[in-house]
Design a binder for this molecule. Structure first.
Ligand code: FES
Ligand SMILES: [Fe+2]
Length: 343
């Protein structure tokens, strides 16, 4: 019999990586996307789990997340609709409260409701106008911080989420890869004739990975560019927050979280912040990011396997891969801690 780990694209660590990532909060949709649904229910997938996200119409407008499968006859709950106190299954009308308990079986108004009439429900939060879910009920993780939110000097511009056919970890590694600027981002973030990146000091503090980047100052990337001395912070393995100090004292931020749909696919949620050009249109800033993303997309979406290998022998690293080497070391530690917890 073939070991699952020997199948193309699968690594021995897949289960531990999934479990490690399940302990963090991940965004699954924007609040706008959920509210655009006439039923106030949306199907999403997180780490291979199909979930139904619903906004109940109670006083709090409570947002709930539960397995997207009714235990009665297995119709997806996401084809149902949200009511004030629960999610109504479209097939036979059973109603599920936010904790995943069945509270009504219309064909049996006098009951009883079987004790097994439960679906798994998960914690949710709405932060930065995104709906976040944590699959691990024991986790004490927090939502990754954004320095831009809550700062009255910053204008925040949300980006349109995008889905890429690559693992969240590969997507994030690309985001902090300094050696690709000279090749992939010619004219926006780098120059072909300057292929040698700096080797930053990498700090691990408060559960974050941090470093600073000081790009060549004689390169004009344009007024809408996110380019300049920058502080990178990774509050968790799928989130990157970059704070740029521009010449002249302006500050800009770029924040991205790659939500793991599964180990081969991610959906990226992001936003920008700026303290300058406050009266100017957002379009040039959005367009700059669109160009950068279009430059990254063909190389990142063609990495095989799509999952990021954590065995150093699986890919060849060199000295100038310093950031990604440290990123992978961090991931390895997090995964090993999960494996150790089961030993
Ligand atoms: S399948 Fe959901 S109520 Fe029957
Ligand atoms: Fe890039």
């Amino acid at each position: 019999m073939t070991d699952a780990a020997e199948l193309p694209g699968r690594t021995r660590d897949d289960a531990a990586v999934t479990e490690m990532l399940a302990a963090f909060w991940h965004p699954v949709c924007t609040l706008d996307e959920l509210r655009a649904s006439a039923t106030r229910v949306l199907p999403v997938r997180l780490l291979g789990c199909d979930l139904a996200i619903a906004e109940l119409s109670d006083d709090e407008h409570t947002i709930v997340a539960m397995d997207d499968r009714c235990v009665h006859r297995s119709t997806r709950l996401s084809v149902g609709w949200a009511e004030a106190d629960g999610l109504r299954c479209a097939y036979h009308g059973w109603k599920w409260d936010g904790g995943g308990r069945c509270i009504e079986i219309p064909s049996m108004p006098d009951g009883p409701i079987p004790g097994r009439a439960r679906v798994r429900a998960y914690r949710t939060k709405v932060v930065y106008d995104l709906v976040w879910v944590c699959l691990d009920e024991r986790s004490s993780a927090e939502i990754p911080r954004s320095v831009a939110h809550g700062d009255p000097a910053v204008r925040i511009v949300p980006g349109v989420p995008y889905t890429w056919s690559v693992s969240a970890l590969r997507r994030v590694e690309n985001f902090v890869d300094l050696a690709h600027f000279a090749w992939v981002h010619v004219g926006t973030l780098g120059q072909r004739e300057r292929p040698v990146p700096p080797l930053p000091e990498i700090e691990r503090a408060d559960g974050e990975l941090r470093f600073t980047y000081d790009p060549p100052s004689d390169f004009d990337a344009g007024g809408a560019a996110m380019y300049g001395w920058s502080r990178y912070r990774m509050p968790m393995p799928c989130t990157v927050s970059i704070e740029f100090d521009l010449a002249g004292g302006a500050r800009r931020t770029l924040w991205m979280t790659a939500s793991p749909i599964d180990l081969d696919t991610c959906r990226c949620f992001w936003f920008m912040g700026r303290t300058d050009d406050l009266d100017g249109p957002d379009e040039p800033h959005v367009e700059f990011q669109r160009i950068v993303l279009a430059q990254d997309e063909p190389v990142v979406n063609n990495q095989v396997p799509r999952a990021l290998p954590l065995d150093p022998a699986d890919e060849l690293s060199v000295r100038t891969d310093k950031v990604s080497i440290e990123y992978r070391r961090w991931l390895r530690e997090l995964v090993d801690a999960r494996i150790g917890a089961h030993a």
